[in-house]
Ligand binder design. Sequence first.
Ligand code: BES
Ligand code: ZN
Ligand code: ZN
Length: 483
Amino acid sequence: MAVSVLLPSDNVVLLAEKTRLNQLDGLLAPAELVFLQQSVAREVYSFFFPRAEGCVFVRLLKAEKDPFLAQEAARLAGNELLRELRQYKLETVAIHNCCLEDRTLAFAEGLALGSYQFLKYFTHPEKKAKPLQEIRLENSQVSEAKVKELNALLEATFFTRDLVNEPYSHQGAEQLARALEEIGATCGFSVEILGKEKIETLKMGGLLAVNRGSQDPPQFCILEWRSAAARNVKPIVLIGKGVVFDTGGLSLKPTEGMDYMKCDMGGAAAVAGTLAAVASNNLPIHLIGLIPITDNLIGAGAFAPGDVITMYSGHTVEIMNTDAEGRLILADALHYAKKYDPELVLDFATLTGAAVKALGNQAICYMGTAPKSIKEALEASGMATYERLVELPLWKEYGEEIKSNIADLKNLGSSNAGMITAGKFLEHFVGDYPWLHFDIAGPAYLRTANGYRTKEGTGVGVRLLYDFLKKQYSAPETVNDER
Ligand code: BES
Ligand code: ZN
Ligand code: ZN
């Protein structure tokens, strides 16, 4: 009997639930189905059947009770398939869906995210390239709009990864500002760049202090997406730490802590990526991104431990450690945000080693003053995108540690709970608006790949923020039942 595979395209992956093999009836030969059944009993869930017309892969997904885990399992399964596609040098694949639609999208998302490569500095990138040209969705109910949305979100995540992966040799402060401008032009949001003169006129003392050891002028970028159909009256402001390279300054970092410090603009990259995703998908919101940019270097004029600086807000700060520089530039941006009378301010930063120590690269720690409903919505988006959040307290007692003998504040607490004292420091500069701070130092950058999170910049923050903004501010209005 001839094997009858009712599949039109060359390479296909059949997605089904492991408990419902009948979903595959008619798609595989009877003997193959028997083989599948026997294998499932041995807890084998992935299969490969070569055909003259192309390869047929089968992926059986476990029926997870928790919908978030189910989505993540589908993403990881998508990423796993990549290994085999590469082994057979296949550049296109169709997903033939036999189970839930959202799993198809998640599977495609994991496959696409895992396929990212950063090759621009190889002399022969084509030798390293393992491209995945196309993922087709067959027989699926997924709407074209959803596919378009996913594509824009993937592209925005890749912009963010590219920005983080770009080395400092090729991406100083001004180059990063220009790169943001280019992304804005591509995706349709505006970018205003304030140069050193303007930053001096404004007296942004935090940003200027960190920049004092540098050859390159600091930059302060203002990104804006304002949909004509914006549902929020007051803007939402995102702030991103843009330290293009962090040597620690005079409080110099050890070699092994410095070699990957090009990633210290991961917050800036996440904010830019979020604006890219929001603008490309035309979300009906008014969103602003504030991005202070500088390197943190040692130079003739570098700021020093013991210095007292005056911030944009007017607060004085005693510098205990020039490596705690991120909070200084973020503080100026938090003060700048006041002029928008924002509905909500969220800042993203690779801020502390303490966050990495506490949670590793699997979670973002966050803290702040926004209402519980916002925190719950963000945590739900964290689970939905698997960019998971853990809240830490901002109890007033932690604030004792950053009191200075000679100035309003000092920029360093004790050696314990450094991510919280950093948050306490920022709190002083927050205006009369709801605010949350996200320390992404752990998940922003990986030395080795982890699932579909490729090595180096992961693009963390973009999928999280997009999901949150979409659900919180642009979901269809709830039906009014008072009739
Ligand atoms: N950029 C670092 C934090 C960081 C650590 C980012 C690991 C990514 C991965 C930040 O500016 C820093 O140096 N923090 C110091 C502060 C300390 C001197 C209080 C830290 O956390 O070690
Ligand atoms: Zn530092
Ligand atoms: Zn830093």
